[in-house]
Write a new protein. Structure first.
Length: 308
């Protein structure tokens, strides 16, 4: 552990520098990478090319900027063509023609979990023939598909640092770029989840500790990532942008990063770094940080637990 020393002359210089326009290093920030989980349980790491995702919620339609999205939990989706095919087949379950009913049964069984929600709705319609056949097809599908795939909700959830939106994503597909495969198009009907940037899971939340004020006590734990319960504040002094000196106030760094708002309580993830140079001053989210040259330790604030 150490105590940082900054002379009054040094502090005066910092105050002067802090009122200048924000300076940034020449090093380019890393591209934002999204981990995409497909319906076959495979995953891809991609750069998303769309600016936002449109979702219909109870109170209207919103477009969520992709830069703000931390996770999308994809509900049940089918393509427009498949949706029409399923609706037609469900209707044909009540056909007076035996062959038509059999063909519809075979088609819906083959579509498995994609047809399951429509069959579930049909089983509650009250038409005796449709109810009977829909229930029979559902039983067949249960024997073919893991239960988890049948429990996928009808609605989608988009999680940002500040909010959680539940509704139906109306964007049909996303454009993305893979380092190895190049440009590609992803249909929501083929996706189960998208995760961008670090997130905090329930196990990490269980190990969260109270805000220590600054990170100086963690100087000897370089490389370690920890989760803290923090109330956003604007009063502490900061040195750096995105990477802060260990003696910078965590609650204020979280506000500066846009992870928390002043007065907001949340769980933030922090990684401890070793000796660092060129801490850049800037003004973000109503908080001004100071520049500094070399300091024997630093930290980064990565993420906030969704919904906190």
């Amino acid at each position: 552990m150490f105590t940082a020393f900054r002379s009054p002359r040094r502090l005066a210089a910092l105050v002067v520098l802090a009122v200048l326009p924000a300076a940034y290093s020449d090093e380019k920030p890393p591209e934002q990478v999204t981990e995409v989980k497909l319906s076959d349980d495979s995953t891809l790491k991609l750069k998303m090319l769309d600016s936002g995702v449109e979702i219909q919620i109870k109170y209207g339609k919103l477009v969520i900027p992709f830069a703000d999205i931390r996770k999308i939990e994809v509900g049940h989706h089918v393509t427009e063509e498949m949706g029409k095919q399923i609706d037609r087949a469900v209707s044909d379950l009540g056909s007076p023609q035996f062959r038509t009913r059999e063909e519809a049964t075979a088609l819906l069984t083959g579509l498995k979990d994609k047809a399951y929600p429509a069959l579930k709705r049909a089983a509650a319609t009250g038409d005796a023939e449709v109810v009977k056949r829909a229930e029979e097809v559902m039983e067949k599908i249960k024997g073919l598909v893991p239960e988890a795939k049948l429990l996928v909700p009808e609605f989608d959830t988009i999680i940002t640092n500040d909010s959680k939106f539940t509704g139906k994503i109306t964007t049909q597909q996303l454009k993305a770029k893979s380092a190895s495969l190049g440009d590609m198009t992803l249909k929501f009907a083929d996706l189960t989840a998208l995760t961008t940037g670090p997130t905090i899971d329930e196990r990490e939340l269980a190990n969260a500790v109270p805000d220590p004020g600054s990170m100086t006590q963690y100087q000897n734990q370089v490389g370690k990532t920890l989760v803290f319960k923090v109330t956003g504040a604007a009063g502490a002094t900061l040195w750096g942008t995105e990477m802060y000196t260990l003696d910078s106030g965590l609650a204020t760094a979280a506000v500066h990063m846009g992870v928390l708002k002043v007065g907001q309580v949340g769980y933030v993830k922090v990684t401890i770094l070793g000796p660092s140079v060129n801490f850049v001053g800037s003004t973000r989210n109503g908080v001004t940080s100071n520049p500094y040259q070399t300091y024997p330790g630093a930290y980064k604030v990565h993420a906030k637990a969704p919904g906190t």
